[in-house]
Design a protein around this ligand. Structure first.
Ligand code: PGA
Length: 264
C-alpha cells in the first residue's frame, strides 16, 4: 500500500561488518518466517538487507530457493567494472547475484575510506550501468550542523552525486546525519522531514518533478522500533536505513511492521 504519495516505504537493514554467511542464512530465514507469521505484505512495506559481500551468494541462493520477498544488495561497489583493482567488487558481480540495490557513499565509506563526492558520483554511474538501484547516502556531521544547519551539506552531497544521472533514473536517497549514526541519538522527525523536503526539492530541480515525486527518501541514524513511526508519519520520509537495530531480529521485524504496532 503506497498511500497518498504513491511511494512504497522501504526498510533497509545495513549489517555493516557483522554476520558471516552461515549467520546470514540463519538470520534471513528467521526474518522471513517472523514476517510471514505476522502476515507481512511486502507490497505495503518493502524490506531489503545489506550483508557483507561474502554473504551475498548464500543470501541469494536462500532467497531464490525459498521464494522470499526480501530484497538485498551490497554495502558498496567499485566505480570500475573490472580490472586491476585489488579488493574491489564490481557492480556487474552484484547484478549477477540478483542484487536489486547497492548502498553508496555511506558516511563510514566517506570518512574511513576517503570517498569524495566525485567518487560517490562515479559509483552512482557504475550502479546505474549495471541496473542496480543506488541508495545514495548523504548527511551532515555535528560540526556541519552547527556551521551550516541541517540541509546545506546533504543537499550539496546529493547534487554532486547526481552529476550525469538521467532524469528518469530509479534511485533511493538516504539522509543519515553522521552524528545520529550509532549514537543512540536520532534526529527528530521534524528535522528529518525538513532535510528530506529539501532533498526532494533538489531532485525536482536536477532530475524532474516526476522523478522527485517517485523517489524514496529514507532516514537513517539510530532508528529503532520505538522511534520509527514518528519518521514515517512525515510526508517526505519514505522509510529507514537501519544499522544496529537491523541485527536484532525482533527489533528489525518490529521496525518493518511499523504500521501495526503504532496503528499508523
Ligand atoms: P545506526 O546506523 O542505525 O546503527 O545508527 C545507521 C547506518 O549507519 O546506516
Amino acid at each position: 500500500m503506497a498511500g497518498v504519495t504513491g511511494r512504497v516505504p522501504l526498510i533497509a537493514g545495513n549489517w555493516k561488518m557483522n554476520l558471516d554467511h552461515l549467520q546470514a542464512i540463519a538470520f534471513v530465514q528467521k526474518l522471513a518466517w517472523t514476517l510471514k507469521d505476522a502476515g507481512h505484505d511486502y507490497r505495503e512495506t518493502e524490506v531489503a538487507i545489506f550483508p557483507p559481500f561474502t554473504d551475498l551468494r548464500s543470501v541469494q541462493t536462500l532467497i531464490s530457493a525459498d521464494k522470499y520477498e526480501i530484497e538485498f544488495g551490497g554495502q558498496d561497489l567499485s566505480q570500475h567494472d573490472s580490472g586491476a583493482y585489488t579488493g574491489e567488487v564490481s557492480g556487474a558481480f552484484l547484478a549477477a547475484l540478483e542484487s536489486k540495490y547497492v548502498l553508496i557513499g555511506h558516511s563510514e565509506r566517506r570518512s574511513y575510506h576517503a570517498e569524495t563526492d566525485e567518487v560517490v558520483a562515479a559509483k552512482v554511474q557504475a550502479a546505474l550501468r549495471h541496473k542496480l538501484v543506488p541508495i545514495i547516502c548523504v548527511g551532515e556531521t555535528a560540526e556541519d550542523l552547527e556551521a551550516f544547519g541541517p540541509s546545506a551539506v546533504p543537499v550539496k552531497q546529493l547534487r554532486d552525486a547526481l552529476a550525469g544521472v538521467p532524469a528518469d533514473s530509479e534511485i533511493v536517497v538516504a539522509y543519515e546525519p553522521v552524528w545520529a549514526i550509532g549514537s543512540g541519538q536520532a534526529a527528530s522527525p521534524e528535522q528529518a522531514e525538513q532535510v528530506a523536503a529539501a532533498l526532494r526539492g533538489l531532485l525536482g530541480e536536477v532530475l524532474s518533478p516526476e522523478t522527485a515525486a517517485a523517489t524514496r527518501i529514507l532516514y537513517g541514524g539510530s532508528v529503532k522500533a520505538a522511534n520509527i513511526a514518528g519518521f514515517l508519519r512525515e510526508p517526505n520520509v519514505d522509510g529507514a536505513l537501519v544499522g544496529g537495530a537491523s541485527l536484532d531480529l525482533k527489533e528489525f521485524s518490529s521496525i518493518v511492521r511499523f504500521r501495526k504496532h503504532v496503528g499508523a
